[in-house]
Design a protein around this ligand. Structure first.
Ligand SMILES: O=C(O)CCC(=O)C(=O)O
Ligand SMILES: [Fe+2]
Length: 343
Protein backbone atom coordinates (compact mmCIF):
# COMPACT_ATOMS: atom_id res chain seq x y z
CA UNK A 1 0.00 0.00 0.00
CA UNK A 2 1.09 3.57 -0.70
CA UNK A 3 3.08 5.15 2.11
CA UNK A 4 3.45 8.61 0.58
CA UNK A 5 0.93 11.33 1.39
CA UNK A 6 -0.64 12.75 -1.83
CA UNK A 7 1.66 15.79 -1.90
CA UNK A 8 1.83 16.12 -5.65
CA UNK A 9 -1.97 15.95 -6.00
CA UNK A 10 -2.38 18.66 -3.37
CA UNK A 11 0.25 20.81 -5.06
CA UNK A 12 -1.40 20.40 -8.47
CA UNK A 13 -4.84 21.17 -7.05
CA UNK A 14 -3.63 24.48 -5.57
CA UNK A 15 -1.70 25.30 -8.73
CA UNK A 16 -4.79 24.71 -10.84
CA UNK A 17 -6.92 26.97 -8.62
CA UNK A 18 -4.26 29.67 -8.93
CA UNK A 19 -4.13 29.36 -12.72
CA UNK A 20 -7.92 29.55 -12.91
CA UNK A 21 -7.67 32.74 -10.87
CA UNK A 22 -9.93 31.38 -8.17
CA UNK A 23 -7.51 32.24 -5.42
CA UNK A 24 -6.10 35.56 -4.46
CA UNK A 25 -2.55 35.00 -3.43
CA UNK A 26 -1.42 37.25 -0.63
CA UNK A 27 1.32 35.00 0.55
CA UNK A 28 5.05 35.38 -0.10
CA UNK A 29 5.55 34.30 -3.63
CA UNK A 30 9.31 34.31 -3.42
CA UNK A 31 11.02 31.67 -5.53
CA UNK A 32 13.38 29.39 -3.66
CA UNK A 33 16.42 31.64 -3.67
CA UNK A 34 20.03 30.70 -3.87
CA UNK A 35 21.84 30.56 -0.58
CA UNK A 36 25.29 31.08 0.84
CA UNK A 37 28.02 28.63 1.79
CA UNK A 38 27.26 26.02 4.45
CA UNK A 39 28.03 27.41 7.91
CA UNK A 40 29.57 25.73 10.92
CA UNK A 41 27.51 26.90 13.85
CA UNK A 42 29.23 27.20 17.25
CA UNK A 43 29.75 23.79 18.86
CA UNK A 44 29.58 23.87 22.65
CA UNK A 45 30.91 21.03 24.77
CA UNK A 46 28.39 20.60 27.59
CA UNK A 47 30.78 18.16 29.29
CA UNK A 48 32.43 21.33 30.64
CA UNK A 49 29.38 22.03 32.81
CA UNK A 50 30.27 19.01 34.95
CA UNK A 51 33.86 20.17 35.57
CA UNK A 52 35.22 22.82 37.94
CA UNK A 53 33.82 26.26 38.52
CA UNK A 54 36.06 27.90 35.92
CA UNK A 55 35.12 25.49 33.12
CA UNK A 56 31.45 25.69 34.06
CA UNK A 57 31.35 29.47 33.93
CA UNK A 58 33.27 29.53 30.64
CA UNK A 59 30.79 27.07 29.13
CA UNK A 60 27.79 29.13 30.30
CA UNK A 61 29.37 32.18 28.73
CA UNK A 62 29.77 30.32 25.41
CA UNK A 63 26.09 29.31 25.50
CA UNK A 64 24.93 32.86 26.15
CA UNK A 65 27.18 34.30 23.44
CA UNK A 66 26.05 31.71 20.90
CA UNK A 67 22.41 32.48 21.67
CA UNK A 68 23.09 36.19 21.35
CA UNK A 69 25.18 36.11 18.20
CA UNK A 70 23.52 33.22 16.38
CA UNK A 71 20.21 32.18 17.89
CA UNK A 72 21.17 28.67 16.65
CA UNK A 73 24.01 26.59 18.09
CA UNK A 74 25.13 22.99 18.49
CA UNK A 75 25.90 21.13 21.68
CA UNK A 76 27.96 17.95 22.13
CA UNK A 77 28.39 15.72 25.20
CA UNK A 78 24.79 16.64 25.86
CA UNK A 79 23.97 13.49 27.78
CA UNK A 80 21.87 11.69 25.13
CA UNK A 81 23.85 8.77 23.69
CA UNK A 82 24.14 8.70 19.91
CA UNK A 83 22.74 5.17 19.91
CA UNK A 84 19.61 6.39 21.68
CA UNK A 85 19.17 9.19 19.14
CA UNK A 86 19.68 6.65 16.35
CA UNK A 87 17.17 4.29 17.90
CA UNK A 88 14.63 7.14 17.86
CA UNK A 89 15.28 7.78 14.16
CA UNK A 90 14.80 4.06 13.48
CA UNK A 91 11.50 4.00 15.36
CA UNK A 92 10.46 7.05 13.42
CA UNK A 93 11.28 5.32 10.12
CA UNK A 94 9.00 2.43 11.06
CA UNK A 95 6.17 4.85 11.82
CA UNK A 96 6.45 6.74 8.54
CA UNK A 97 6.80 3.51 6.56
CA UNK A 98 3.20 2.65 7.38
CA UNK A 99 0.63 3.06 4.59
CA UNK A 100 -0.65 6.62 4.31
CA UNK A 101 -4.17 5.59 5.27
CA UNK A 102 -2.95 4.12 8.55
CA UNK A 103 -1.13 7.35 9.39
CA UNK A 104 -3.84 9.76 8.40
CA UNK A 105 -7.12 8.17 9.43
CA UNK A 106 -8.66 9.46 12.62
CA UNK A 107 -7.97 6.72 15.10
CA UNK A 108 -4.74 6.16 13.13
CA UNK A 109 -2.55 3.22 13.97
CA UNK A 110 -0.92 5.15 16.83
CA UNK A 111 -4.33 5.96 18.25
CA UNK A 112 -3.51 9.66 18.33
CA UNK A 113 -5.96 12.43 17.41
CA UNK A 114 -5.84 12.79 13.61
CA UNK A 115 -4.64 16.40 13.94
CA UNK A 116 -1.32 15.13 15.33
CA UNK A 117 -0.41 13.80 11.88
CA UNK A 118 0.31 16.56 9.37
CA UNK A 119 1.42 16.46 5.79
CA UNK A 120 2.00 19.06 3.09
CA UNK A 121 0.98 21.96 5.37
CA UNK A 122 -2.76 21.57 6.05
CA UNK A 123 -3.28 25.34 6.07
CA UNK A 124 -1.55 26.09 2.74
CA UNK A 125 -3.63 28.41 0.61
CA UNK A 126 -1.19 28.65 -2.28
CA UNK A 127 1.04 26.10 -3.98
CA UNK A 128 4.15 27.90 -2.72
CA UNK A 129 3.05 27.22 0.86
CA UNK A 130 3.12 23.45 0.45
CA UNK A 131 5.69 21.76 2.69
CA UNK A 132 6.94 18.59 1.05
CA UNK A 133 6.98 16.64 4.30
CA UNK A 134 4.97 14.71 6.83
CA UNK A 135 5.15 14.91 10.63
CA UNK A 136 3.76 13.51 13.85
CA UNK A 137 3.43 16.26 16.41
CA UNK A 138 2.93 14.73 19.85
CA UNK A 139 2.43 16.71 23.07
CA UNK A 140 4.88 15.38 25.65
CA UNK A 141 2.02 14.66 28.05
CA UNK A 142 0.52 12.29 25.43
CA UNK A 143 3.59 10.16 24.73
CA UNK A 144 2.40 7.63 27.32
CA UNK A 145 -0.76 7.01 25.24
CA UNK A 146 1.38 5.17 22.68
CA UNK A 147 1.02 2.16 24.94
CA UNK A 148 0.44 -0.36 22.15
CA UNK A 149 3.76 0.48 20.55
CA UNK A 150 6.17 -0.48 23.25
CA UNK A 151 9.53 0.20 21.58
CA UNK A 152 8.33 3.45 20.02
CA UNK A 153 6.89 4.62 23.34
CA UNK A 154 9.85 3.66 25.52
CA UNK A 155 12.39 5.10 23.06
CA UNK A 156 10.41 8.33 22.74
CA UNK A 157 9.89 8.57 26.50
CA UNK A 158 13.63 8.23 27.08
CA UNK A 159 14.51 10.87 24.47
CA UNK A 160 11.78 13.29 25.54
CA UNK A 161 12.82 13.10 29.19
CA UNK A 162 16.45 13.86 28.38
CA UNK A 163 15.63 16.62 25.90
CA UNK A 164 13.20 18.12 28.40
CA UNK A 165 15.86 18.40 31.08
CA UNK A 166 18.37 19.74 28.57
CA UNK A 167 15.90 22.43 27.46
CA UNK A 168 15.30 23.31 31.10
CA UNK A 169 19.02 23.51 31.86
CA UNK A 170 19.89 25.66 28.82
CA UNK A 171 16.91 27.97 29.45
CA UNK A 172 18.02 28.38 33.04
CA UNK A 173 21.56 29.32 31.94
CA UNK A 174 20.26 31.79 29.35
CA UNK A 175 17.76 33.16 31.87
CA UNK A 176 20.45 33.67 34.52
CA UNK A 177 22.38 35.88 32.14
CA UNK A 178 19.33 38.18 32.07
CA UNK A 179 18.89 38.08 35.84
CA UNK A 180 15.97 35.62 35.76
CA UNK A 181 15.55 33.35 38.79
CA UNK A 182 16.58 29.76 38.23
CA UNK A 183 13.21 27.98 38.37
CA UNK A 184 11.37 30.50 36.09
CA UNK A 185 11.17 28.19 33.07
CA UNK A 186 10.66 25.03 35.10
CA UNK A 187 7.61 26.54 36.82
CA UNK A 188 6.08 27.62 33.51
CA UNK A 189 6.83 24.51 31.47
CA UNK A 190 6.53 21.58 33.87
CA UNK A 191 2.86 21.01 33.10
CA UNK A 192 3.09 22.89 29.83
CA UNK A 193 2.59 22.26 26.16
CA UNK A 194 6.04 21.02 25.22
CA UNK A 195 5.90 18.65 22.31
CA UNK A 196 7.90 16.17 20.29
CA UNK A 197 7.80 16.21 16.52
CA UNK A 198 9.00 13.54 14.12
CA UNK A 199 9.66 14.86 10.61
CA UNK A 200 10.05 13.00 7.31
CA UNK A 201 10.91 14.72 4.05
CA UNK A 202 10.16 12.41 1.11
CA UNK A 203 12.13 12.73 -2.15
CA UNK A 204 10.53 15.53 -4.15
CA UNK A 205 10.30 15.56 -7.95
CA UNK A 206 9.63 19.32 -7.99
CA UNK A 207 12.26 20.37 -5.47
CA UNK A 208 12.96 23.68 -7.18
CA UNK A 209 9.33 24.76 -6.69
CA UNK A 210 8.50 23.77 -3.12
CA UNK A 211 10.11 23.64 0.30
CA UNK A 212 10.47 20.60 2.50
CA UNK A 213 9.27 22.90 5.27
CA UNK A 214 8.28 26.50 4.59
CA UNK A 215 10.20 29.35 6.28
CA UNK A 216 9.06 29.83 9.86
CA UNK A 217 10.13 30.67 13.39
CA UNK A 218 9.34 28.29 16.26
CA UNK A 219 6.46 29.11 18.63
CA UNK A 220 8.24 28.08 21.83
CA UNK A 221 10.96 29.12 24.28
CA UNK A 222 13.60 26.83 22.85
CA UNK A 223 13.85 24.02 20.27
CA UNK A 224 16.20 21.06 20.32
CA UNK A 225 16.61 19.43 16.92
CA UNK A 226 18.36 16.26 15.80
CA UNK A 227 19.26 16.31 12.12
CA UNK A 228 21.94 13.68 11.81
CA UNK A 229 22.76 12.94 8.20
CA UNK A 230 21.02 14.68 5.34
CA UNK A 231 21.35 18.38 4.72
CA UNK A 232 18.37 20.58 3.91
CA UNK A 233 17.98 22.83 6.92
CA UNK A 234 18.79 26.50 6.32
CA UNK A 235 18.64 29.49 8.60
CA UNK A 236 18.28 33.17 7.87
CA UNK A 237 20.94 35.48 9.20
CA UNK A 238 21.46 39.08 8.09
CA UNK A 239 18.78 38.60 5.40
CA UNK A 240 20.65 35.66 3.82
CA UNK A 241 19.93 31.94 3.89
CA UNK A 242 22.68 29.64 5.18
CA UNK A 243 22.62 25.83 5.05
CA UNK A 244 23.29 24.15 8.40
CA UNK A 245 25.56 21.13 8.23
CA UNK A 246 24.02 17.99 9.78
CA UNK A 247 25.93 16.43 12.68
CA UNK A 248 25.07 13.01 14.16
CA UNK A 249 26.95 13.76 17.40
CA UNK A 250 25.36 17.11 18.06
CA UNK A 251 21.97 18.44 19.06
CA UNK A 252 21.02 21.72 17.46
CA UNK A 253 19.39 24.31 19.70
CA UNK A 254 17.51 27.37 18.59
CA UNK A 255 15.83 30.26 20.34
CA UNK A 256 12.06 30.37 19.83
CA UNK A 257 9.66 33.35 19.71
CA UNK A 258 8.87 33.24 23.44
CA UNK A 259 12.50 33.52 24.51
CA UNK A 260 12.90 36.40 22.10
CA UNK A 261 10.17 38.23 24.05
CA UNK A 262 11.50 37.27 27.48
CA UNK A 263 14.95 38.51 26.49
CA UNK A 264 13.55 41.65 24.85
CA UNK A 265 15.29 40.69 21.59
CA UNK A 266 18.70 39.98 23.12
CA UNK A 267 18.18 36.42 21.89
CA UNK A 268 16.52 36.16 18.49
CA UNK A 269 14.17 33.55 17.09
CA UNK A 270 15.62 33.08 13.59
CA UNK A 271 13.63 32.13 10.55
CA UNK A 272 14.56 28.72 9.20
CA UNK A 273 13.34 26.36 6.48
CA UNK A 274 14.08 23.00 4.93
CA UNK A 275 14.73 22.75 1.21
CA UNK A 276 13.35 19.73 -0.63
CA UNK A 277 15.54 17.24 -2.42
CA UNK A 278 14.83 15.29 -5.60
CA UNK A 279 16.79 12.20 -4.71
CA UNK A 280 16.97 11.65 -0.96
CA UNK A 281 14.64 11.13 1.92
CA UNK A 282 15.40 13.06 5.13
CA UNK A 283 14.49 12.50 8.79
CA UNK A 284 14.74 14.80 11.78
CA UNK A 285 13.07 15.16 15.15
CA UNK A 286 12.54 18.12 17.43
CA UNK A 287 11.58 18.93 21.00
CA UNK A 288 9.69 22.18 21.49
CA UNK A 289 9.99 23.61 25.01
CA UNK A 290 6.68 25.37 25.75
CA UNK A 291 4.76 26.77 28.74
CA UNK A 292 1.16 26.17 29.79
CA UNK A 293 -1.64 28.01 28.00
CA UNK A 294 -2.21 30.65 30.67
CA UNK A 295 1.45 31.59 31.17
CA UNK A 296 2.04 35.28 30.46
CA UNK A 297 4.84 35.95 28.02
CA UNK A 298 6.57 39.20 28.84
CA UNK A 299 9.94 40.79 28.63
CA UNK A 300 12.13 40.53 31.70
CA UNK A 301 14.02 43.64 30.65
CA UNK A 302 12.50 47.09 30.55
CA UNK A 303 11.43 49.11 28.64
CA UNK A 304 9.78 46.23 26.92
CA UNK A 305 9.49 46.01 23.13
CA UNK A 306 6.42 43.77 23.36
CA UNK A 307 2.98 43.87 24.89
CA UNK A 308 2.23 41.12 27.37
CA UNK A 309 0.29 38.15 26.04
CA UNK A 310 -0.58 34.68 27.19
CA UNK A 311 0.84 31.69 25.35
CA UNK A 312 -2.69 30.74 24.35
CA UNK A 313 -3.38 34.21 22.96
CA UNK A 314 -0.21 34.01 20.89
CA UNK A 315 -1.16 30.69 19.35
CA UNK A 316 -4.69 31.90 18.65
CA UNK A 317 -3.35 34.98 16.85
CA UNK A 318 -1.07 32.77 14.76
CA UNK A 319 -3.99 30.49 13.91
CA UNK A 320 -6.07 33.47 12.78
CA UNK A 321 -3.28 34.90 10.63
CA UNK A 322 -2.45 31.55 9.10
CA UNK A 323 -6.07 30.93 8.22
CA UNK A 324 -6.31 34.28 6.47
CA UNK A 325 -2.98 34.47 4.69
CA UNK A 326 -1.23 31.13 5.08
CA UNK A 327 1.49 33.02 6.99
CA UNK A 328 2.20 33.19 10.70
CA UNK A 329 3.09 36.92 11.14
CA UNK A 330 4.23 36.16 14.71
CA UNK A 331 5.81 38.56 17.16
CA UNK A 332 5.39 41.78 15.18
CA UNK A 333 1.67 41.53 16.09
CA UNK A 334 2.65 42.27 19.67
CA UNK A 335 5.02 45.20 19.28
CA UNK A 336 4.25 47.93 21.81
CA UNK A 337 5.18 50.56 19.24
CA UNK A 338 5.19 50.28 15.50
CA UNK A 339 8.86 49.66 15.06
CA UNK A 340 10.26 47.37 12.42
CA UNK A 341 13.45 45.72 13.49
CA UNK A 342 16.05 44.54 10.99
CA UNK A 343 16.64 40.78 10.90
O1 LIG B 1 13.82 19.18 9.92
C1 LIG B 1 14.48 20.15 10.26
O2 LIG B 1 15.71 20.19 10.10
C2 LIG B 1 13.81 21.37 10.84
C3 LIG B 1 12.47 21.10 11.45
C4 LIG B 1 11.82 22.32 12.01
O3 LIG B 1 12.25 23.43 11.82
C5 LIG B 1 10.58 22.17 12.81
O4 LIG B 1 10.06 21.04 12.93
O5 LIG B 1 10.10 23.21 13.33
FE1 LIG C 1 11.33 24.90 13.17
Amino acid sequence: MEIEPPLEERYNELKKEELNGRRIIEADEEAIEECEEEIELPVIDLGQLKKGNLEREECKKEIVEAAMNWGFFQVINHGVAEKVLNAMINEQKKVFNQPFVNKSLSGNFLNLPSTHYRWGNPVAISSSQISWSEAFHIPVLEVSTLNHHITLRTTMEGVVKKLGSLAEKISEILGQSLGIKSNYFKERCEKGKSSFRMNRYPPCPIASQVYGLIPHTDTDYLTILYQPHISGLQLMKSAKWFPVKPNPQALLLNIGDLFQVVSNDIFRSLKHRVVASVGVERYSFAYFYCPSDDVMIESWLKPSIYKQFSYKEYRQQIEKDVEKTGNKVGLSRFFLHNIILPH
